[in-house]
Design a protein around this ligand. Structure first.
Ligand code: ACO
Length: 705
């Protein structure tokens, strides 16, 4: 775990560029440190002043007697390198560089940032920023930032790549009644990134949940590794902005078109147990939920309400989510029946009716909390004339304390008349919402995370043995392709690559005359398939470049000529290398196994229903290739798709050879990890039978670098 104690709990701090002028940022930082109640020593640094805000001032860090752990730098960019060097020489362990004008402005700024990085490295001084607001820890307490105010003490850490977002959330948090343990503004991430702070907040005993606003991730591989470990200890929720599909649009393979960088983030987050928030309100709803509630034991929710409509909305939202409406056991139903008015709904949702006062809510709460088929409770209240929202709020809090192992959420639907009661609930650490859908989303996030924790606690699936492969054949094939100044492998080359990795493939033979095609067909046995071979033609059937079911020499000869004619008509400029001959294979379940390489997270494998409707059906699941080293992960990946139903044997069909599928996925993941030069790949379709499988069409694209 990373140890950034010198940032969050330093013994002595220097504020370089501290100013006596209240309009300056250097003044705000010093003032914030003092007001936060920071218990260590503060040293303002300013060559022009003797004293600022009652503290003795030094002309430089080097002049301070004592050991400075942290320097907050707020001098113009042109002075930063010199100041950083002085800090390094004085043995400062960490520097927060508030100053803007670095990488974000490009050109000279980028050069300056590299110099700053070099200084940090030379002196082993860790850097936050530059171009950041600073950081805070309410438990130390320390406010080393120029934000306005200091958050309430709490258990949420918020790490933000945007400084503006951080100050906005801080300001909002006062009225939202949300407490924080830490606030971190990342700025340009010249050195320390979200990964370091996720590690540090994981080790922080005062943090229960880590929230991140990220525009990008610094190092995809390390991110996955760190978050997977951190996620075993506490939840991480990330709002990732910039969900562009530009990468996907540029892709030439089916997998590439389905993947895109947004999907890679989704896949990486899910694999490492990170919850992805859709928007700001969800990010903080989840923060509040995790910081105040226990993890739910399962997904079964009980709803208690005085309002029919909102309860139906909540039920719909639950049914659409990964949650389920709890089915009460018989004694619960009997007791509800005997004690609530006859018109009440005693099945879930429990409708205590519009004229309910607190006593009916209390009784229903008792029943729901006691029922072992209930994992969490949601109270939905509408402000009728007889409702007692404040009394009900206090009652909910009583139950929260009495049953600390079951989460409880409140949906108080209304505004003006519910201000006070909502305040009571929030102060009592009950996540409170105005509308049911957001409550359901937050609860669903908790359930998903709890499920991740449970799977992590299970015995890990044994790693699969490294497959026997022939790397030299693959290397030699790529060498020939690159020599030909091509990036797309021809079918006979792709089939050689797959064969070298033991991935089942229907061998392809390249022929250059109709006669040769006939001879090969005879050798491999009829019926056969003929396909055009051209580096410019990716989707062969679209240009009439494929003929199937050819049973004799005459049919092969005819097909050869027809394909040549059609292709030269539709694509007169495409170079034709010849016609490929493949044995015609039997029908079977058609799958796709593909790969697209993400710039951040590396090779990502796709699995799903194959054939020509891949992009239309989008029945595809994704995993980072590195994770596909054990059976359980591959099985889960397969089971997420509708293709799985077909493989198991749909409507009386015999089950397909699942072992062959698992093996093909595993070997494909190995291949793309062994050869970085493969940029995209599709095996589509991979036809699977009761016994065995075979790849019919294989597309591999490599990079020329
Ligand atoms: N050591 C110590 N102090 C020094 C030194 C030195 N070597 N040299 C100068 N100083 C003093 C100055 O004399 C001045 O003190 P004074 O007020 O007594 O004169 C003080 O340091 C600050 O220097 P100024 O030249 O007055 O600089 P100023 O305060 O105007 O600006 C700042 C400095 C704030 C760092 C500015 O360059 C900057 O980057 N502003 C943008 C900050 C920002 O937006 N960061 C990103 C936040 S994220 C978001 O967008 C919300």
């Amino acid at each position: 775990m990373s140890d950034l104690e010198f940032l969050f709990n330093p013994q002595e701090i220097a504020v370089v560029g501290a100013s006596a002028s209240p309009q300056k940022i250097g003044y705000s930082i010093l003032n914030n440190l003092i007001l936060s109640g920071y218990p260590g020593k503060i040293h303002p640094i300013n060559p022009k002043e003797k004293e600022i805000l009652g503290l003795p001032c030094h002309s430089s860090v080097g002049k301070v007697k004592g050991k400075i752990d942290l320097a907050v730098i707020s001098v113009p960019a042109s002075l930063c390198i010199q100041v950083a060097r002085e800090c390094g020489e004085a043995g400062v362990k960490g520097a927060i560089v508030i100053t803007a004008g670095f990488k974000e402005v490009g050109g000279e700024g980028l050069k300056l940032e590299r110099e700053l990085q070099a200084v940090g490295k030379k002196y082993n001084m860790r850097l936050v920023g530059p171009n950041c607001v600073g950081l805070m820890d309410t438990h130390t307490p320390i406010n080393a930032s120029f934000a306005v105010g200091f958050p309430e003490k709490g258990t949420i850490s918020f790490i933000s790549q945007s400084g503006a977002m951080l100050v906005a959330i801080l300001d909002w948090s006062f009225q939202a009644g949300l407490g924080f343990s830490r606030f971190v503004s990342l700025g340009n991430k010249a050195d320390l990134s979200e990964i370091d702070f996720i590690e540090s907040c994981t080790a922080d005993p005062n943090t229960k949940v880590i929230l991140v606003y990220a525009e990008d991730v610094t190092d995809g591989e390390k991110f996955v590794r760190v978050c997977t470990e951190a996620g075993k200890i506490k939840p991480i929720v990330i709002l990732k902005s910039g969900t562009s599909t530009a990468g996907a649009q540029a892709a030439s393979s089916h997998t590439g078109a389905l993947a895109g960088s947004n999907r890679a983030y989704d896949t990486a987050f899910r694999q490492s147990g990170v919850l992805r928030a859709e928007n700001m309100s969800e990010l903080f709803d989840l923060g509040r939920a995790f910081s105040t509630q226990p993890l739910p034991g399962g997904n079964r929710v009980a709803i208690i309400t005085n309002s029919g409509g909102p309860a139906i909305i909540a039920t719909d939202a639950i049914e659409k989510s990964g949650l389920r409406m709890a089915r009460f056991n018989k004694p619960t139903i009997d007791q509800l029946h005997d004690n609530l008015p006859a018109e009440s709904n005693i099945y879930n949702p429990i409708d205590v009716l519009g004229d309910a006062r607190v006593d009916r809510f209390r009784f229903a709460l008792q029943m729901a909390f006691e029922d072992e088929n209930v994992d969490s409770v949601m109270v939905i209240l509408s402000p009728t004339a007889v409702a007692e929202p404040e009394e009900t709020a206090k009652t909910i809090m009583e139950f929260k304390d009495k049953y600390p192992h079951k989460p409880v959420f409140a949906v108080y639907m209304g505004g003006k008349t519910l201000v006070e009661s909502k305040g009571i609930l929030l102060a009592g650490s009950v996540p409170t919402f105005t509308f049911p859908e957001s409550a359901v989303r937050a609860l669903e996030g908790m359930v998903r995370y709890a499920e991740f924790r449970r799977t992590q606690d299970e015995a890990p699936s044994t790693l699969l043995l490294p497959p026997q492969v022939d790397k030299n054949t693959v290397k030699a094939t790529f060498y020939d392709v690159i020599k030909d100044r091509r990036v797309l492998l021809l079918a006979h080359e792709s089939s050689r690559v797959l064969d070298a990795y033991g991935i089942p493939v229907n061998c392809t033979y390249l022929t250059t005359t109709a006669d040769e095609a006939c001879r090969i067909s005879q050798e491999i046995g009829f019926p056969v398939v003929l396909k055009v071979s051209s580096p410019r033609i990716a989707h062969k059937s679209d240009v009439g470049g494929v003929e199937i079911g050819l049973h004799n020499r005459r049919e092969v000869e005819g097909a050869y000529k027809r394909i040549m004619e059609r292709v030269s008509r539709y694509m007169p400029d495409a170079p034709i290398y010849g016609i490929e001959v493949q044995k015609m294979v039997d029908d079977g379940v058609e799958l796709i196994i593909g790969m697209s390489r993400d710039i951040q997270f590396g090779p990502m494998i796709a699995f799903g229903l194959g054939g020509i409707y891949v992009n239309l059906l989008e029945d595809v699941s994704f995993r980072l290739a590195a994770a596909l080293n054990n059976r359980k992960t591959i099985e889960e990946m397969i089971a997420e798709t509708k293709a799985y139903t077909l493989l198991k044997g749909y409507r009386g069909q015999k089950p397909a050879d699942m072992e062959a599928v698992i093996d093909a996925v595993y070997r494909t993941a190995q291949l793309v990890q062994d050869f970085d030069e493969i940029t995209e790949m599709d095996i589509n379709p991979l036809r699977v039978y009761n016994c065995g499988a075979t790849g019919l069409d294989v597309k591999i694209t490599i990079s020329l670098d």
